[in-house]
Design a protein around this ligand. Sequence first.
Ligand SMILES: Cc1cc2nc3c(=O)[nH]c(=O)nc-3n(C[C@H](O)[C@H](O)[C@H](O)COP(=O)(O)OP(=O)(O)OC[C@H]3O[C@@H](n4cnc5c(N)ncnc54)[C@H](O)[C@@H]3O)c2cc1C
Length: 518
Amino acid sequence: MQTLRTDCLVIGAGLAGSAYALQAAQQGRAVELLSLAEPLAANSDRAQGGIIFDTSPQPEELARDILVASDHTANPAAVQQLVREGPRAVQELLLDELAIGFDRDAGGVLDFTREGGHSGRRIIHAKDATGHAILAAVAGRVAATPRITRRTGWVAIDLLTLSHNSKDTSDRYQPLTCFGAYVLDTATGETVALVAKKTILATGGLGQIFLHTTNEPGSVGHGVAMAYRVGARVIDLEYVQFHPTVFAKKNAPRFLVTEALRGEGGVLLNARGQRFMEAVDPRGSLAPRDVVARAIIQELAASGEPHALLDLSAMTPDFIRTRFPTVHATCLAHGVDVTREPIPIVPAAHFACGGVHADLEGRTSVRHLNAIGETGCTGLHGANRLASTSLLECLVSAKFAARADAAEIARGEFRLPEPREWESPGREADPVLIRQDMLQIQHTMWNYAGVVRSPKRLTRARRILLELREEIQSFYRGCRLTRDLIELRNAVQTALLIVHAASLNPHSKGSHYVVEER
Ligand SMILES: Cc1cc2nc3c(=O)[nH]c(=O)nc-3n(C[C@H](O)[C@H](O)[C@H](O)COP(=O)(O)OP(=O)(O)OC[C@H]3O[C@@H](n4cnc5c(N)ncnc54)[C@H](O)[C@@H]3O)c2cc1C
């Protein structure tokens, strides 16, 4: 087994991980930056709407909007950090250093837009592909930064802790301390021990454990599962935000269908062409996200149909083509001409409000282990997330964690032990078993722990997942590792944690909705 040593091991190269890597390297630290696949294969790249850049003299209004969106459950300290430090983080990295091409008017003034839940225009954007503009620029800078070593296709398997993975057996009496991770190099099939002074979980979201999701493949809560296995505190996992409208044609990829379509007159219909939102909420198709998502799920459960429809016939074809070019082109590429026919849609898992508990400098309950971006949970979102806060959270959490770590590394005495050897069996994993187990997790989570939950459904989900975890564990121990196998093992763990958190919380709040026993 090869062993590599570094200052900072960053697991995940989305916006949070890449921003951390840049800042740690600028402060003189050596960084290893891992990702499952190529640099832009991350949820950060998929972000459409924009990023908050609130330069108003009243940051308290943004703080209030975040608290209201969270149903008054967000952590006020985390909210204050975001609203006070966010503008500087955007200015320094995105505007001054990387000069990202956000939309501006003819005079060069930034175009501020507004989204649901915001009381003012404070979101900057690059057309409807903001995440791509940001991540491409950040990844370009990462590639040109000497102290960062990028490792694509290097999949973290498990965290190294003194108590479990040091060759020196007396280390098991040390406090719970992380010193890196075992990582699979998918190109060679070799397992590498990456020993680090600081290990940073920036593995993004967990939407892929549900049948329908807006998330990038591989978003199964890798960081949450790895952290949980070494005993880190995980919190708020029952709060998974669902987006109401995601493209849902058979055999076509899922992608987000913007809410702005309903703002411009798009109407939700069931598969028989009937309106159903008006019976649920006086605001009809313009009701808030979670109300719409629940109404669609209930309609589909009652009718047995696989999807609902979003009808755009109130808009002229020309208007649709100019105002929504991305939606128009993407749907057309998958055989749906939205100027002539409604869009098939379903709700989908979108954002994890909970995660690995972290303080305002990214520290988790395990020494030298950080969690940032969507993987970390400072309580910023509480039970539900305000639109366009997440990219900003990535920047702020990365900046504060990198600064604190660089100072600690410069000061501190880190003893990095020799890791124990990794032993890998030679037998190939059967891909059919992996695929089927993953589908079972996704169906179970969607039906029993998705948009609408009940104690009975959660109990059933728990039983299925516990059995599945046993199966997967024994299968995992006997087979040579692959990315799919690592993903499956983490997916079932993350799913169980969500079900457990949801079972312990009988109160509907924010994105967690529980119905009475039926
Ligand atoms: C469709 C969509 C639209 C969105 N729109 C917006 C928006 O307009 N504004 C906004 O603020 N937010 C938006 N969000 C949310 C936001 O994009 C994400 O919350 C944020 O980008 C997460 O960034 P991250 O760096 O934490 O994770 P990601 O960007 O998901 O990156 C995760 C990284 O971790 C790597 N990784 C995972 N597991 C492992 C492992 N075991 N080993 C090695 N590497 C691993 C992945 O390869 C990837 O590089 C949107 C999200 C989606 C899905």
